[in-house]
Design a protein around this ligand. Structure first.
Ligand code: HEM
Length: 519
């Protein structure tokens, strides 16, 4: 029996009452839709398009294990300026160079802050460092100071002997393994050389004998990269459902105790490396303990206390240990997957350097193909695929969309690197020659390729990172021929990514090598 929609209505209801009821219901539904729609805020202003959020968690359930990839597919549906809710946090996801330019250049000052997150609360005393510090005069002062005393071109130049010595040791160790025909874990070897280099420029010494240090750093890197629910649904924070707060407290107090001990040692002149002709960044900071970092600014002096020093050191270690090694690991993976590119790179090295000697830093400016290889690697494997989250400091309208104050901004450079509209139909292919006639540099002027970010929050360590990368890659490609172990074919190489503070390979890169220099 067919039932009409009126069958369940009270029979005595008049048609005018019915009409009124439907009008009221309709209005109520439109109101509910209007205010709960992801594309309208409370005042009815138009937000960027995006998927409908669920109560409490918003769109968190859509992120999966590889959020940059999930957001890439969502952007195909909703466009290059997309709006999602991460828990209670309104979030804008940008996935095209044009949109990135709007947010990171035209409106850079509005989006130049960082959200307050749990990891910064514990590791850097609520943001007394750089990377997760709110926009303002403290951040500006510390950033300027770190660039001047550690990351400027002239400082980076000073560390050249350290790079030379450490890369020399890497070549020696690979050569020894090659001589007995064994497989080498290249991921570990590269991570180790970078840790040594960075320890020497940051602390003036190797940290190899400090057995507590590496596990603490690993835990800090892990906890800074995990998706912590407390950052997005603050009322759940006291419950610590994922157990991260407990771990953050333990790791941060371990790291701070460790640095306290080192500050004491430096002050007493213990464990100083007399062979080291440089005053390391850490030594310089300790020598300034309890003095103003900006003595010329009488209005707002910032005193360099222990907490500031420890916070800045945590930031520098976190920013430098994993990032460069991850990029080298991916670049090498692509070189092994594309033997044609490896051969072309070795040919360039042979013609610039010759087979009789190792690469010197003075050779690097002549290695144009190496630069193309590095750009291509950054395009497909950006270390920070969503940059570091930015946060807006005021309401703003961008491209006709209303973006409320305290919105989070994620810039999906991974998605931009795979867009066929920018990189043509072979966007998924590793093809360094695409940069031959395309004048794109990495400094953030060209929004198609911004692996170091750009604008006020762009990476201040870019120069140091690039020279480290270039010399290690050039030396390894020049000194050795490489092959995959156990007869593995290049197209069988595992390319799985693992999302965290950086985006490394999920599995270690194992390879075999043969020494190829004549000397
Ligand atoms: C391949 C290596 C590296 C890559 C790809 C990289 C990339 C990035 C990216 C994408 C950002 C965030 C930009 C943004 O949010 O807009 C960043 C920030 C930062 N990087 Fe790097 N980085 C690298 C190496 C380094 C090194 C070696 C250092 C220093 C020793 C460093 C120090 C920093 C700092 C302090 C920030 C925070 C800047 C701020 O918020 O003001 N980075 N980096």
């Amino acid at each position: 029996m067919a039932i009409s929609y009126c069958d369940w209505l009270p029979s005595q209801m008049s048609s005018s009452t019915l009409t009124l009821l439907f009008v009221l219901l309709g209005t109520l539904c439109s109101f509910i839709y209007f205010f709960s729609s992801p594309n309208r805020n409370k005042n009815g202003r138009k937000l960027p398009p995006g998927p409908a959020p669920l109560p409490i968690i918003g769109n968190i359930h859509m992120l999966g294990n590889l959020p940059h990839q999930s957001l890439h597919y969502l952007a195909k549906k909703y466009g290059p300026i997309m709006s999602i809710m991460l828990g209670k946090v309104p979030t804008i996801v940008v996935s095209s160079p044009e949109a990135a330019e709007l947010f990171l250049k035209v409106h850079d000052v509005v989006f130049a802050s960082r959200p307050k997150v749990q990891s910064a609360k514990y590791f850097t005393y609520g943001g007394k460092a750089l990377a997760f510090t709110q926009y303002g005069s403290y951040w500006r002062t510390v950033r300027k100071w770190c660039i001047l005393h550690f990351l400027s071109a002239s400082e980076v130049e000073c560390f050249a002997p350290i790079r030379k010595a450490e890369v020399g040791l890497l070549v020696e160790s690979v050569r020894k393994v090659a001589a007995v025909g064994e497989t080498i874990n290249l991921s570990l070897a590269v991570a180790k050389v970078l840790e040594e280099m960075m320890s020497k420029v940051l602390f003036g010494r190797s940290m190899d004998d400090k057995i507590d240090f590496k596990p603490l750093v690993d835990e800090a890197l892990h906890l800074s990269g995990v998706f912590n629910l407390s950052d997005y649904v603050p009322f759940l924070a006291p419950l610590d459902l994922q157990g991260y707060t407990r771990r953050l407290k333990k790791a941060s107090s371990g790291l701070h105790e460790f640095f306290d001990k080192m500050i004491d040692e430096y002050q007493q002149g213990i464990n100083m490396d007399d062979q080291n002709p440089y005053r390391s960044f850490f030594q310089l900071m300790v020598s300034m303990l309890d003095t103003p970092i900006n003595p010329n600014d009488e209005d707002q002096p910032y005193i360099f206390g222990r907490e500031n020093i420890k916070a800045i050191m945590v930031d520098m270690v976190a920013a430098s240990f994993d990032t460069t090694s991850t990029t080298i690991e991916w670049t090498f993976t692509e070189l092994l997957k594309h033997p044609r590119v490896m051969v072309a790179l070795q040919k360039e090295l042979e013609s610039v350097v010759g087979r009789n000697r190792m690469v010197e830093e003075s050779d690097l400016p002549k290695l144009a193909y190496l630069d193309m290889v590095i750009k291509e690697s950054f395009r497909l494997h950006p270390v920070a695929p969503l940059l570091i989250p930015h946060e807006s400091t005021e309401d703003v309208t961008v491209n006709g969309y209303f973006i409320p104050k305290k919105s989070r901004l994620l810039v999906n450079t991974w998605s931009m690197g795979r867009n066929p509209k920018i990189w043509s139909s072979n966007a998924e292919e590793f093809f360094p020659e695409r940069f031959k006639d395309r004048k794109i540099d990495l400094r953030g002027h060209d929004f198609e390729l911004i692996p170091f970010g750009t604008g006020r929050r762009g990476c201040p360590g870019m120069q140091l990172a690039l020279v480290n990368m270039r010399i290690i890659l050039a030396q390894l490609a020049h000194c050795f021929d490489w092959e995959l172990p156990d007869g593995m074919l290049p197209n069988e190489l595992d390319m799985t990514e693992k999302f965290g503070l950086s985006l490394p390979r999920a599995n270690r890169l194992l390879v075999k090598s043969t020494y190829r220099l004549i000397a």
